[in-house]
Design a protein around this ligand. Structure first.
Ligand code: KIV
Ligand code: ZN
Length: 435
């Protein structure tokens, strides 16, 4: 889908970096319909979830956490609707979340009865704070909750209709002693005994992000080295964004050995959100890595997302925000218009237009109206670009400065952006047909 190759800095490698993880997309799992949905003021209706699910499939997600079926009627019915109407493509695996509590696990299995293939995602909180304040249980007791849940999954999966695999998350991991988190995960793995042929997922959530990204990456490295049955384990990360570092956690965590990322479109999710998969994937594309996800019509995806979630995409949200490819300031516009001219003559070279980290067309965005826009900050380069590009009027070099100042002046006085038609009108009135 993506046409462009990008100018790339050299990638230094460090001792801790897993080299085979640099140029490879991880396994992606969308948690939009679960973590994203549970954080909405008004959670999605069944029809809205269906539409969102279809969009995720079109984008290319092969693993989709569809909800927490025991949490509400809609969640339960959504799972049943997908399964009973054969709406899950063969190459897509659905995933459902359950707490490690008997009645919830049982209800979850009922919800996915007959699924062609489903991941049952088991979690319990393991942090010091939750052990002491919420559960008032010892480390051993909390570990036992995970073990009992894991056993029940084994038992029910054996009896159930359908093909199931398992995922375990030590929820509230950032507040958990790392060695203890590994101990609990290994105890769960001892129950499941995953193999290369029948893998289990161990998912490390930054339920509430409290550490710097290199600290998290070091924890991931420890986990990667100390998990049992490693060949049979998919090591997954589930970054949240409380410190604004969800992307860094994911990128460094992948380099430290993780195989899989759980996140959402545009970073929806609890509090400050889950990690934004649009940004992660497009960061990869900009490094020449096939992300295996298709964001080549980001405008349509963004509109659908906004309509279904009733959330707004921040104008400066990487790649998807309305203003992220826009330049108002004169020096930026000048460099961009020169960069475009250079690019026309050098299509065989990697994309390197100044101030545009990627080609907006790779996201289905246009140069017209998206990139060079005129206000009081703009300069002659931008104004000349608009007149030539939109109206075929090449402003002579000697006039450009004057024309630029004219537009700046009008915009400053009116305190408003000038759209291309208005730029043309002002130009005609002053320079072509003066009164
Ligand atoms: O953030 C979190 O810890 C979660 C778990 C349930 C995986 O969403
Ligand atoms: Zn989460």
């Amino acid at each position: 889908k993506y046409q462009i190759s990008y100018f790339m800095p050299e990638k230094p490698t460090y001792e801790w970096v897993k080299k085979d993880h640099i140029d490879k997309a991880p396994i992606w799992c969308s948690v939009d319909l679960r973590d994203g949905n549970q954080a909405l003021i008004e959670p999605m209706s069944l029809d809205e979830k269906l539409e969102f699910f279809k969009m995720l499939v079109e984008i290319g997600f092969k693993e989709i956490e569809i909800g927490f079926p025991a949490a509400s009627d809609t969640e339960y019915k959504f799972a049943r609707t997908l399964i009973e109407n054969n709406m899950i493509p063969d190459d897509v695996t659905i995933q459902v979340l359950t707490q490690a509590r008997e009645h919830i696990i049982k209800k979850t299995f009922e919800a996915v009865k007959g699924a062609p293939h489903a991941v049952i995602h088991l979690y319990n909180s393991t942090s010091v704070a939750q052990r002491e304040q919420v559960f008032k249980k010892s480390k051993e007791e909390v570990k036992q909750i995970a073990i009992d849940g894991a056993k029940l999954l084994n038992d029910l999966a054996q009896k159930a209709e359908g093909d199931f695999s398992f995922e375990y998350s030590p929820e509230s991991f950032p507040g958990t002693e790392v060695e203890y988190a590994v101990e609990v995960c290994n105890a769960v793995l001892d129950v499941w005994k995953p193999t290369k042929e029948h893998k289990a997922i161990i998912n490390i959530p930054t339920t509430v992000e409290i550490a710097m990204p290199h600290v998290f990456a070091t924890q991931v490295e420890t986990i990667n080295k100390t998990l049992k049955y490693r060949e049979g384990v998919v090591l997954s990360l589930h970054p949240h964004n409380d410190r604004g570092c969800g992307i860094s956690d994911a990128e460094l965590g992948l380099l430290a050995g993780a195989d899989r990322i759980e996140g959402t479109l545009f970073g929806n999710g609890e509090r400050t959100g889950n990690v934004d998969i649009v940004t992660l994937a497009m960061n990869m594309v900009s490094h020449g890595v096939d992300s295996k996800l298709d964001f080549s019509d980001i405008t349509k995806i963004g509109e659908t997302y906004e309509r279904l979630t009733r959330m707004k995409i921040y104008e400066r949200s990487p790649y998807g925000g309305a203003l992220v490819f826009t330049a108002f300031s004169g020096s930026h516009q000048d460099a961009i218009s020169k960069g475009f001219a250079y690019r026309k003559e050098n299509m065989d070279k990697p994309w390197s237009v100044p101030y545009l980290p990627i080609d907006p067309k790779d996201l289905g965005r246009e140069y017209d109206g998206d990139v060079i826009r005129i206000n009081s900050q703009s300069g002659k380069g931008g104004v000349s670009y608009i007149l030539e590009h939109n109206f075929g009027m090449a402003v002579p070099k000697q006039m450009q400065s004057d024309v630029g100042y004219t537009m700046k002046g009008v915009s400053d006085k009116e305190h408003a952006e000038l759209d291309p038609e208005r730029v043309y009108e002002i130009f005609m009135d002053k320079y072509v047909n003066p009164a």
